[in-house]
Design a protein around this ligand. Structure first.
Ligand code: PNS
Length: 170
């Protein structure tokens, strides 16, 4: 039977989730009946700093006030997951021109693998233009202030992990 709910999937590494991600997830939750935030492995990136379970739990905490958002972990291809849950869209945030080529490539590949969903790009807000998980990790690693970049309820967990990893003491 056709799923009558308009489901979107919002995939990413979320290592860790930032205010930029949260903005995209929140805006997507207003456009679709249900949004699945999908914690995924990016094989092009170095070893993650947080386990997929930790990343899932952090997203759970920061999205607890969004009733139509759920979180899942991807273990295979995104296109297969999208097909399985009958999602109509893959939502991604687009920051700058530098994001475009890679995102365009993924959108085309996913469309080829499963034609039943569209990739939808939401443009980032001006204040999140420069923000990425890597920027957050670099600042935290050297003991810098990341409170403007990540949701406050996960700030301490991120600092504890990243600062400890590098032997810095706050
Ligand atoms: O936050 P990221 O690292 O830019 O997200 C990239 C991600 C995880 C969405 C992408 O690597 C992905 O979709 N991985 C799942 C495996 C897959 O389906 N790869 C083919 C995409 S063309």
């Amino acid at each position: 039977m056709m799923n009558t709910k308009r489901i979107a999937v919002c995939p990413g590494s979320f290592d860790p989730v930032t205010l930029g991600h949260l903005d995209i997830i929140t805006r997507a939750s207003k456009l679709f009946d249900h949004v699945v935030v999908l914690v995924s492995k990016n094989i092009m990136k170095a070893e993650a700093s947080f386990t997929t379970q930790e990343r899932k739990e952090m997203i759970q905490r920061v999205t607890k006030d969004l009733p139509n958002v759920s979180i899942d972990i991807l273990n295979g291809l995104l296109a297969d997951y999208v097909k399985e849950v009958q999602a109509i869209a893959i939502v991604k945030g687009l920051r700058a021109v530098s994001d475009f080529e890679y995102e365009f490539q993924m959108a085309l590949a996913n469309k080829k693998l499963y034609a039943g969903a569209e990739t939808v790009f939401l443009t980032t807000t001006a204040e999140n233009m420069y923000l990425s998980s890597s920027v957050v990790k670099q600042i935290a690693n050297f003991g810098g202030d990341i409170s403007h970049f990540v949701p406050s309820c996960i700030l301490k967990d991120i600092e504890k992990r990243l600062v400890k990893e590098n032997g810095h003491v706050n």
